[in-house]
Design a protein around this ligand. Structure first.
Ligand SMILES: [Cu+2]
Length: 183
């Protein structure tokens, strides 16, 4: 791209270098007499077909390649860690949560609580259900029974009813910043 092509007329007759095809009008030498020359600088990539207007059997093509893009070095930007605000209350993180087991579903299906908090499930259905996690769980609960569990470790705890596998829920336990004692 940006290169110049020079046509030198060595024939005995008058010829032209005239763009045709999709780039018709891009350049036209006009009549180049014997011994003359025509130069054309190509600034845009593409395929430039040309002919001699005086002799339709004479044609050529100039192919202009796009420059190879120089790869930009990628500098990975570290994701800034959020700075904990001291003393700020943890929004919407409850020390305890309640889940109703009703109509073959855990309601709410997802609860979020602070580490060290407890979740209490209350069984309202006449059919028995369990609250079963990976390494924890209740026995089959009859109507009116409750099951309470304290979650000490932060994390996402999935659970289901072992009797009805389509019944499932999630306990999200989030770590809480220990407030620094005020002197
Ligand atoms: Cu069940």
């Amino acid at each position: 791209m940006g290169a110049t092509v020079v046509w030198t007329q060595k024939g005995a007759r008058v010829h032209t270098v005239t763009a045709t095809g999709e780039n018709k009008g891009a350049f036209d030498s006009g009549n180049v007499p014997p011994g003359g020359s025509f130069r054309q600088t190509f600034l845009t990539p593409g395929s430039f077909n040309y002919i001699c207007l005086n002799h339709s059997s004479m044609s050529g093509v100039v192919t202009v390649n796009a420059p190879t893009p120089t790869p930009t070095p990628v500098t990975p930007t570290p994701t800034p860690s959020p700075t904990p605000t001291p003393g700020a209350p943890s929004a919407a993180v409850l020390p305890q949560a309640h889940v109703d087991i009703t109509n073959f579903a855990f309601n709410p299906r997802i609860v979020t609580l602070a580490a060290g908090g407890t979740v209490t499930w209350t069984q309202f259905d006449t059919t028995r259900h369990t609250v079963t996690g990976v390494e924890w769980g209740s026995s089959p609960l009859t109507q009116g029974q409750k099951y309470t569990l304290t979650f000490l470790r932060p994390g996402k705890f999935l659970y289901a009813c072992t009797i009805h596998s389509f019944m499932n829920g999630e306990v999200n336990v989030v770590a809480t910043a220990t407030p620094s004692p005020t002197p």
